[in-house]
Design a protein. Sequence first.
Lengths: 399, 480
Amino acid sequence: MARGIKDKVAILGMGCSKFGERWDSGAEELMLEAYKEAIADAGIDSKQVNAAWFSTAIDEVHVGKSGIPLSTTLRLPNIPVTHVENMCASGTEAFRGACYAVASGAADIALALGVEKLKDTGYGGLPGGRGGPLQALWSANGTAPGNFAQLATAYMTAHGVSAEDLKKAIGHVSWKSHQNGAKNPKAHLQKAVEMETILNAPMIASPLGLFDCCGVSDGAAAAIVTTPEIAKAMGKSNIVSVKALQLSVSNGSESGHNSWDGSYFHTTRIASKKAYEEAGIKDPRKEVSMFEVHDCFSVTELVTMEDLHISKPGEGWKDVLDGFYDADGTIPCQIDGGLKCFGHPIGASGLRMLYEMYLQFQGRAGARQLKDPRIGMTHNLGGAPRENVSSVAIVGRYE
Amino acid sequence: MVGIVAYGAYVPRLRLSRQAVYDANKWFAAGLRGLAKGERSMANWDEDSITMAVEASRDCLSSHKAEDVRNIYFASTTHPFKDRQNAGVISTALSIEQNLSASDIGGSLKAGTQALVAGLNACKNGGPSLVAAADKRLARVASSNELNYGDGAAALLCGTENVIARLVGHHSVSMDFVDHFRGDETDFDYGWEERWIRDEGYSKIVPPAIKAALAACKLKGTDITQFIMPSLMPAVPKQMAKACGVAEGAVRDLLGATLGDTGCAHALVMLVDALETAKEGDRIMVVAFGQGVDVLVFEVTAENAKLPKRMGVSGWMKRRKEEKNYMKFLAFNEMLPIEKGMRAEFDKKTALSVLWRKRDMIYGLVGGKCKVCGTVQFPRSQVCVNPNCHAIDSQEPYAMAGLEASVMSFTADSLTYSPDPPAYYGMITFPEGGRFMADFTDSDKEQVKVGAKMRMTFRIRDNDTMRGGFKRYFWKAAPA
């Protein structure tokens, strides 16, 4: 295996806008809101940024193509800006680009910034109608909830889990995120919700009800990265460093070959295994302090915790119901409210997850601060269970 | 010997309750009460005359090789395209292209019999002819037509070998008797008074034509054992038969109680219905009226009993779901300005160049089979999908439309736009290999389960109304 990224990159500063239905802001204002916080946190100015990576996923409804929107909005000093898009994993991809630039020595300080302004479409939910002219002729006319609902039906079939048990478990996933989101002033949804309300909510795509689906939010998040040596030289303490960055992309076997049963994320299993190796983690269930995973839908989170090799296959639902991932559980998951409540401005989401890790490791997470977290994993998934990009990052204290 | 060698039919699953229609409209048209009996077939929102003709043709060709067909005639008064050969869509869906002459025939309720005459003539020297007829006619709200019409299709394979019904003879007259018409500025028929049609039309045009046909066939009226004649006036076929010496017992039921009148397809639908139970020696007369009249006489041979079982009219009639929701009928037929929401606004523009390159995949549901590892896959791609193979340029075309699939996962989606929400779709797998995320159709909550067996059916996927109604067709999965 390659030598990997472990401890080669430190986070110098981070910022995150308030997420939500930001009727007051366009993508540009959101970008600047996150950037101002990040640059103040890093203690640098724009002239010190050597290169930038800019992530969006549905830019056709807000900023459009290229690196120009970022460069123009921030008035960056004509540095390289790369626009990255890898569906809902775009934010982690921007971070990966910036980290690789620093680790290679090509840049001393690099910026990753992700944004999505979705609430200018006139309707709820994600804009549809993407995919090329061939896909439009044959692939089912589905939505994200419909695609992920099928993860639930396949999971129940594969593991013999009853519809009632699964509904309760995924209900608990959302209940927990609402509990956590209520303590996060930047979250889109900051209200705890009763279990009964969750279970009786209207159906969106069976078996997923309203509370099983994350909302559509506007927001931006940013990370400024450098090497641990430069961070130290700048007088930083409590340094948070990158331990692993892995990405696994479907090659069509799940969607086209009968070897996949639909009940798990093939790519997440691969990416997380490689990440643990890269970070030198032997027993993740014991070593990882916290998770921020891609809970676009409640069932996604449940299944992901198995594919990250934390819960055993077919038993994630039991861990969930046991409170293993609750704020006061063994490994808190979505302590910031997750996509479900913090929100899901797509291109920003991966960076938002890292933002929470960064705050937690620095002891700056306020009412939701965990006790002494050391290692955290983010998981950022784009696409559908049958065809996706699965991105994981491990970050932790630099020791 | 020239004649029919195979038959098939198609009737949509939904049957609209006429009482439900009447209940909605009686405040306005109380006079329709007499028609408020039984049910009529009702196409699903994703069915039109092309899709129904494809299904009937598949039924017909279940015992024969599609690639042997040399001529195809598609009769309809509701062809989805005015300029773009509708028969060509059918032949592509059946994976027939080479050595094929295709024609659309329309413009009259005898288009079905005209197509049959053309098919019989062509097969004498040009190989087997497939004759398909389908209609999905719209009618004004609270009209008698709305209650009388039905949607459906029939297909007949004409040939010279193993003939099940020999053509004894035929006779046609053509005259511009306008009992009704549909101008190009409307979707609806406009008709004249029924009694005039009966007295000046049927009574004066049909009997002489029947008598001429009988004379040409050297037969008497009493020789006819099955008399087929569609009409919206149920008494008329019996009157015509009587006028020509055909026994009243020979007059076939019009299928009005459970199906309705399927337009120019109806004579052929009734013929298929008759052939399903016909005995050797039966003499079947088919009469179709519409700006003249066509009369064809067939004699059933011993081969009819040997024809492998198929759905036919009776099989599709048994696959039935009652529909009492008249509003749904109106919405499916775009006769109700229903609020579809912004999700219905997504552009449905079809890249015609892509459609042409991928026509076997899209219209024929042709996938690939890897020559190296044997894996069947859809779509066919350049690199084999089998994770243990990944051979390059190794796949041969593999037809999948006729294979039974099963449901691996599914959902009922209330968010996506569908004319019939919730939208059922899911991953379907083929036992031979291959899978894809397919739209489901003709599906109810009770039927769609993991492991359920599904049959592929050719349907409308989208309608590009921004460009005048370009229908996108593809295959969907329906409960088997």
